[in-house]
Ligand binder design. Structure first.
Ligand code: GLV
Length: 341
C-alpha cells in the first residue's frame, strides 16, 4: 500500500517539496486562508500514515483514535497546544514541532511591538496618511521611553517565560539598557545564574515592570495568568506585549484594563479566540493588533516548513523524529505495536 501524508493545509514551498517526494500527499484546504473543518480531518484520517498540521487545527483524541494507520503527527509550529499530546502518547504516536528556528524572528517582533506601542507608531502613521500633519509640535504623539531616555532611569522589562524566546528578548533588552525581571518557576535556577536578569515572583514582576512581554507556553497554570487581578496590580504606565498564546491573557479583562487606564497599552499578536478579537479591542487607540505573524519572516517560515517535512518523513520511516515533543513514546508498548515491532 502506498504511504500517504495527510496535510491539513499547504506548507511554505521549501517544506512542501520535501513532503511530496515519493509519497502521496492529500491536502485538505484548497485555499491558503481556508480553515479546515474538523469533520474533514476526521473523514480523511483513517487513510493517513502521517498527519501534517498547523496550529489552526485542533487535533483531539477522537481524531487521533480514528487514525488507525497513523505513525505520527508533524505540527508546523513551535507551540503544540492544538494537539492532545497525552492522547497521542497513549496511542503510541510521536508528535513533532519546529523549535529553535523561530526564536529570533519572534523575539524581534515582540520587541517591535513593544517599541511601536511605546512610541505610538501606528497612530502616528495613520495621522500622516490622513494628511493631519500640519506643523511639528512639542506635544505631538508623546510616548514612553524604552531605554533610559529623558528621566535617565533604566526601564524595567518583565519577561514571563524564560525559554528560548524569552532569553532572546532579554538579549535585545540589554541593548536598551533595561532592568530585566523574569518569572518562570521551572527555570528559576537558570535565571539566577544568568547575569543581567533578576528572578521575580509574579506579584513583583507585575508591580515593578514598565513593560511585560509573554513567552510562556499555554498550559493550565498559564491560562488567564493575566486576569483582572493581574491588571489591577500592574503600573498604570505599563505596556503588555503578547506573542505567545492568546488564552494566557483574559482578553475581556484586558479591554477593561485598557479602557479604565489600569495599564497604558498593549501589543498583541495572538488572541484568546483566534482569529476573533474580544469586543472593544479593535476600537482602542493604545493597542496594536497583528494577525499572529511573530514567526513570519520568509526564511523562518521556509525553515519551519522544512523541519516539519523532515519530522514527517521520520514519522513515516518509523525512525526518531528530530523534534519529537513526546520522546517517551518511543519506549512505549503502544508505539511498538503500532510500528509492528
Ligand atoms: C507560532 O505561534 C508557533 O507556535 O510556531
Amino acid at each position: 500500500m502506498t504511504s500517504r501524508i495527510l496535510a491539513t493545509r499547504r506548507l511554505p514551498d521549501a517544506g512542501w517539496e520535501i513532503l511530496r517526494k515519493g509519497v502521496a500527499v492529500t491536502l485538505l484546504a484548497e485555499k491558503d486562508d481556508e480553515l479546515v473543518p474538523r469533520e474533514r480531518i476526521l473523514a480523511a484520517i483513517p487513510e493517513a500514515d502521517v498527519l501534517v498540521s498547523l496550529l489552526t487545527e485542533t487535533i483531539d483524541k477522537e481524531i487521533l483514535e480514528a487514525g488507525k494507520r497513523l505513525r505520527g503527527v508533524a505540527n508546523m509550529a513551535v507551540g503544540f497546544n492544538n494537539i492532545d499530546v497525552p492522547a497521542a502518547t497513549a496511542l503510541g504516536l510521536p508528535v513533532s514541532n519546529t523549535p529553535g528556528v523561530l526564536t529570533d524572528t519572534t523575539a524581534d517582533l515582540a520587541f517591535a511591538l513593544l517599541l511601536a506601542v511605546a512610541r505610538n507608531l501606528v497612530p502616528s502613521d495613520r495621522y500622516m496618511r490622513e494628511g493631519k500633519f500640519k506643523l511639528w509640535g512639542p506635544s505631538l504623539f508623546l510616548g514612553a521611553d524604552v531605554s533610559r531616555g529623558g528621566d535617565g532611569r533604566p526601564k524595567t522589562l518583565g519577561i514571563v517565560g524564560f525559554g528560548r524566546i524569552g532569553q532572546a528578548v532579554f538579549r535585545r533588552a540589554q541593548g536598551f539598557d533595561m532592568r530585566v525581571l523574569a518569572f518562570d518557576p521551572p527555570l528559576k535556577a537558570l535565571i539566577d545564574k544568568t547575569g543581567g536578569v533578576e528572578y521575580a515572583d509574579f506579584a513583583t514582576l507585575l508591580a515593578e515592570s514598565d513593560f511585560i512581554t509573554l513567552h510562556t507556553d499555554l498550559n493550565p497554570s498559564t491560562r488567564h495568568l493575566f486576569d483582572e487581578r493581574a491588571f489591577d496590580s500592574m503600573k498604570p504606565n505599563a505596556i503588555l506585549v503578547n506573542t505567545s498564546r492568546g488564552p494566557v491573557v483574559d482578553e475581556a479583562a484586558l479591554v477593561e484594563a485598557l479602557k479604565e487606564g489600569k495599564i497604558a497599552g498593549a501589543g498583541l499578536d495572538v488572541y484568546e479566540d483566534e482569529p476573533r478579537m474580544a469586543p472593544g479591542l479593535a476600537e482602542l487607540e493604545n493597542v496594536i493588533v497583528l494577525p499572529h505573524i511573530a514567526s513570519a519572516s520568509r526564511d523562518t517560515r521556509n525553515k519551519m516548513a522544512t523541519m516539519c517535512a523532515e519530522n514527517a518523513a521520520a514519522h513515516l520511516m518509523g525512525i526518531r523524529a528530530p523534534n519529537c515533543v513526546n520522546p517517551e513514546v518511543y519506549e512505549a508498548e503502544a508505539y511498538r505495536k503500532r510500528a509492528g515491532r
